[in-house]
Each structure stands twice: as C-alpha cells, then as structure tokens.
Ligand binder design. Structure first.
Ligand SMILES: [Zn+2]
Ligand SMILES: [Zn+2]
Length: 358
C-alpha cells in the first residue's frame, strides 16, 4: 500500500472508511512521478484490488483506425430486442397496472444488480457485502443480462485502467454509437483482449458465487431475464402473453441496457468535469437519473474506490441509498469514502473550474 495513504474511520458511519489524501499531493510516495500524474492522486485502501486505477503510461500506438469486424448474431438479436421494446411502448396503455409496476420493479432490481453489484461491489470493491446481499445482487445481476459479473468486471477494470485507448472496451474516442452499443456488435479490438487478459482478476476467481454464476450463466439469464418476467404477469394476474413479453421483458430489458450504456456514452461526452479536466468522463445528471446514481462519472473516474461513485451520498443516487440501507441492516460494511479535503484538493488541482455536480 502506498505510503501516502492515510486511513481513518469516520465517527458518523462506523462501517465507513474515509480515505484522506495528503495535504501536499502525492509527493510522499515516489515524489516526482506521482506528483506529475494527477490520476494517481488521492488514495486507495483496497488491498484486494489495484487494477481499476488509470494507467497513463499506456497509450495507443500510431496507426490506421481499427477495422470493424461485425458480429451479425449480436446485431440481429439487438435489433430484434429493440423492435420488440418499441412495440412494447405502444402496448403500455393496454397493460394492467400490476404489469407496469412489476416491470418497473424488475428494472430497479436488475439495475441494482449492475450498479451495486457488478460495478461498485465486484469491479471496484468499494464496500463489502455479506452472503445474503451477495446472493440478492448475483440474482439481480443475472436479471440484467449484461454478461456475467466476471466478464463485466474485467471489461470495466480495463475501461478504467486504459480509458480512451483501444484497450478500453467502449473507448468513447470512437464516438457515441460505438461507446453506447457498437462495441457489443463488433469483435473486440486486439488491445482489449491483450490488456484485459493481463488484469488481476484473482479476487473474483476466488469468489465462489461469482464463479457459480459464470458457470451456469446461460440457463440463469434465460430464466431470470426472459422466462420469469414473461411468465409472472401472464400467469399471476392474467396479463396477455404479448403484453408480458413485449413490456415486462423486452421493454424493461432494453431500458436497463440503454440506461447503463449511457454511462459509457453520454457520461463520457456531455457534462462538466469539476474534478479532473484531463479525463473524458463527466458529471451528467440525466444519466444518474436513468442509471440509479451512476452519472457522476467525472468523480467516479477520479475516485473509483468511493462506494457512492459521487461526491454526494443520496443525491440522485438510489444505489448509494440502497447500499446504506443494506449497511443499516448489517449486510454491507466497510464502505470506502473519499474525504472532503481530498475532493476539494483534487478540484483545485485538476478541476475544470465548472460548478460541481447537482
Ligand atoms: Zn467511464
Ligand atoms: Zn467504474
């Protein structure tokens, strides 16, 4: 652990670890190099994880733009899903109230499976969760069908470590469409495979629940993302099969996908950069609303180890509210939080001078 890391336990939240940056920057540890590299500034207290921190030493080699190799199966399936979802919108007025409520609940739970689960817990290790919560999150994550947690976290760590290079799976330098959904419709750039394959994933390999989901992912996603949400409204309260399929399944799934993808596209292209103007990710309130709190993206890339993924806690951030509720129940603990002093120092040092989020 770097020498400049100071750790203190906050008095107000007994299971929150507050991370405090040194008053004079990163000079205590390695001096010059860290001082010149604002991305390593701030501190990190996760012994189990280091490979989600930005590595500015990796840059693209000069050369022609990468050739696109289309994956037609994904293109066709994604097109059919979105056609089904668009048709689902026209069916909403004819749905029973229970169906709309069920689809909304399914959206919130599956979104939490991504934000509180794959993202803040498993990709970044920003807090710890006891078995009942991890069970809930792995089920919720399977409902969301965005690849299994192991693959999601590997792509996401590469996105943070090699941001805006060809080794970033959804490199936003390749445009809105590519970073939104295009990256799922073409073969991965060789740099993604090469650099992603070398990331330290030992923490997830050692987690039985994550490996269990990976092993049984196909039947799991078919059941949780497609079969169950279609059968429940149809069987339990007599919704028509078509409404169930197109609204509760296709529309709900497409909404969760697009809300998540907006974090990779819109929140890397539109918004302020109050914490670090040298990185592309931005603060985007609209994205936060759709992605239950994940739109404070300039902050998140500046401090990927903060469990709130935002300078604030419950401000347009349902995921933080959820994790705090779980902490109150004793199911979440050791929530990592960056200190106000470290945030203010970072704003002064690398911010773009714009207003803060919210
Ligand atoms: Zn990002
Ligand atoms: Zn992240």
């Amino acid at each position: 652990m770097p020498a400049h890391i100071l750790q203190e336990i906050s008095g107000s939240y007994s299971t929150t670890t507050t991370i405090t940056a040194p008053p004079s920057g990163g000079q205590q540890n390695g001096g010059e190099k860290l001082e010149k590299n604002p991305h390593h500034w701030g501190a990190d207290v996760r012994p189990e994880l280091k490979d989600d921190l930005y590595d500015p030493s990796y840059q693209d080699e000069e050369g022609p733009p990468p050739k696109l190799e289309y994956v037609w199966r994904n293109i066709i399936l994604m097109a059919l899903l979105h056609l089904g979802a668009l048709y689902g919108i026209t069916l909403v007025p004819s749905c029973r109230l229970y169906t709309c409520l069920f689809a909304y609940l399914y959206y919130v739970i599956s979104a939490l499976g991504i934000t509180a689960g794959a993202h803040r817990l498993w990709s970044h290790r920003t807090y710890k969760a006891r078995l009942p919560l991890r069970l809930f999150l792995i089920i919720a994550n399977t409902m969301a069908f965005q690849n299994d947690v192991y693959e999601w976290a590997r792509d996401h760590r590469a996105h943070h470590k090699f941001s805006e290079t060809h080794a970033d799976p959804h490199n936003s330098r390749r445009g809105f469409f590519f970073s939104h959904v295009g990256w799922l419709l073409v073969r991965k750039h060789p740099a993604v495979k090469e650099k992603g394959g070398k990331l330290d994933m030992s923490d997830l390999k050692a987690e039985k629940l994550v490996m269990f989901q990976r092993r049984y992912y196909k039947p799991g996603l078919l059941l949780m993302c497609f079969i169950l949400p279609t059968l429940v409204p149809w069987y339990c309260w007599g919704e028509t099969f078509l409404n169930s399929l197109c609204v509760s399944t296709f529309l709900r799934y497409a909404v969760v996908l697009n809300a998540t993808w907006l974090v990779n596209s819109a929140a890397h292209l539109y918004g302020y950069r109050p914490y670090d103007k040298n990185i592309s990710s931005r603060e985007n309130i609209l994205v936060s609303m759709g992605a239950v709190g994940e739109g404070f993206h300039n902050y998140h890339h500046a401090f990927p180890y903060d469990y709130s993924a935002s300078e604030y806690r419950w401000h347009i951030n349902f995921t933080t509210f959820f994790i705090d509720c779980m902490a109150a129940l004793g199911l979440a603990y050791d929530r990592k939080r960056v200190s106000k002093a470290a945030v203010l120092a970072r704003i002064k040092r690398t911010g773009d001078g714009s207003c803060k989020s919210g």
